[in-house]
Design a protein around this ligand. Structure first.
Ligand SMILES: Nc1ncnc2c1ncn2[C@@H]1O[C@H](COP(=O)(O)OP(=O)(O)OP(=O)(O)O)[C@@H](O)[C@H]1O
Ligand SMILES: [Mg+2]
Length: 259
């Protein structure tokens, strides 16, 4: 299930604008990797290139290679829809489909893929996914009520359940706790710790404590100035990035001197 992710000389463009340049990184399977760095340095852009969500925008493209256990997800023979099943994404704002029930939200990935499931298969997927997202006990008696009727923290866990329902290899999370209160944030952080046993988890966060709590590896991105491309500055064990960074800019950033 869990797969390694490698970027090789990856550039990410919006039309002529080079937003992210020359990324080389090898991201471990069954681990949590945090992406940190100041606003505009390309964290979201790079993250979205990892499941081919980037190219949905007109003019958006990548150069270089992105390998999932050695297989290039940008190979001409690869279907982007399949890639998005293998590499799931959880967004900053919880975004359950508003017209769908809790149950339908969990099954939404199967519906989009046109899969036909028996009633017992659906029930099994709904229960396992909600249990894995630590949400089952809170919603098991109201599976046919709208997903939008849940609290923000519950909605985010519902989105995580929807992501894991299709059994991805990699889960991308773009500031998944930034719209949540401290208790819901801790619930999501605990969940991330559990997900790492089965998945490759990559999380973008502006919260240094969160990066330190949840991740084993941290990648620091930065930009030299407005209009310049974002670059990967330093990538190492999270403890090294926070305690003994090699680059001055990493040290300045993690100690709160800029960004
Ligand atoms: N759809 C888009 N079209 C054109 N340029 C874009 C688009 N989205 C982002 N950019 C530009 O790409 C660069 C990187 O943006 P990105 O959103 O990846 O940064 P980020 O590191 O995620 O920032 P933040 O921490 O604020 O979320 C910025 O200069 C941004 O203006
Ligand atoms: Mg972003």
């Amino acid at each position: 299930m869990s797969k390694r992710v490698d970027a090789v000389d990856l550039n990410v463009y919006y039309g002529d604008f080079l937003a992210v340049e020359g990324i080389n990184i090898s991201i471990d399977a069954r681990a949590v990797t945090a992406f940190i760095g100041p606003s505009g340095c390309g964290k979201t852009t790079f993250l979205r290139s990892l499941n081919r969500m980037h190219e949905v925008l007109p003019g958006a493209r990548v150069k270089g290679q992105l390998l999932l256990d050695g297989e290039d997800i940008y190979d001409p023979g690869v279907d982007p829809v399949t890639v998005r099943t293998q590499v799931g994404m959880v967004f900053q704002r919880p975004n359950p489909f508003p017209t769908m029930t809790i149950r339908e939200n969990v099954l939404a990935g199967y519906k989009l893929n046109g899969a036909r499931l028996s009633k017992s298969e659906s029930e099994e997927i709904v229960e396992t996914s909600l249990r894995s997202a630590n949400l089952w006990n809170e919603v098991k008696d109201r599976l046919d009520r709208p997903g939008s009727g849940l609290s923000g923290g519950q909605q985010q866990r519902l989105c995580i359940a929807r992501t894991i329902a299709v059994k991805p290899d990699v889960i991308l999370m773009d500031e998944p706790c930034s719209a949540l209160d401290p208790i819901s944030t801790l619930a999501i952080e605990d969940l991330i710790g559990e997900l790492q046993q089965d998945y490759t988890v990559i999380i973008v966060t502006h919260n240094m404590q969160q990066a330190a709590r949840v991740s084993q590896k941290t990648a620091f991105f930065n930009i030299a100035g407005t209009g310049k491309p974002g670059k990967l500055i330093e990538y190492d064990d999270t403890t090294s990035i926070f305690n003994t960074p090699k680059e001055k800019s990493t040290e300045d950033y993690v100690s709160g001197r800029f960004g």
